[in-house]
Design a protein. Structure first.
Length: 113
């Protein structure tokens, strides 16, 4: 898979409900790989693929401690998404204000008739 930029990687990573569920779980603190995988009714290989996508987007990091692999959330890349969405929030707020004004004016005109 070709990566165009970090934002694309993060958006791709959070596009799947399983990966969003993993992020939600890890928001509570680091977890062992098997604890992460236990929440899903799927093969360990499928969970591993989801984790690789999250790792590619720098949303998680793995740490080996003896035989255990601990996975931690790195939420900083989500700020890129928040910033991108915020730009469009300003756009839609302006559009919705215009839309509201249009209907208020229309309502006033209808009352005058």
């Amino acid at each position: 898979m070709y990566s165009m930029d970090p934002l694309t990687d993060v958006l791709n990573a959070i596009s799947h409900p399983t990966r969003r569920a993993i992020i939600g779980q890890l928001a509570g603190g680091p977890a062992r790989f098997l604890d992460v995988a236990a929440r899903f009714d799927t093969a360990l290989n499928a969970v591993t693929k989801h984790l690789k996508l999250l790792e590619r987007a720098n949303l998680i990091e793995r740490r080996k401690q003896g035989r255990e692999v601990f996975i931690s959330l790195r939420a900083e890349p989500l700020r890129q998404v928040a910033g991108w969405v915020h730009e469009y929030e300003r756009f839609w707020t302006g559009r919705l204000d215009t839309f509201e004004a249009h209907f208020k004016n229309r309502k006033k005109k209808e009352k005058k008739k």
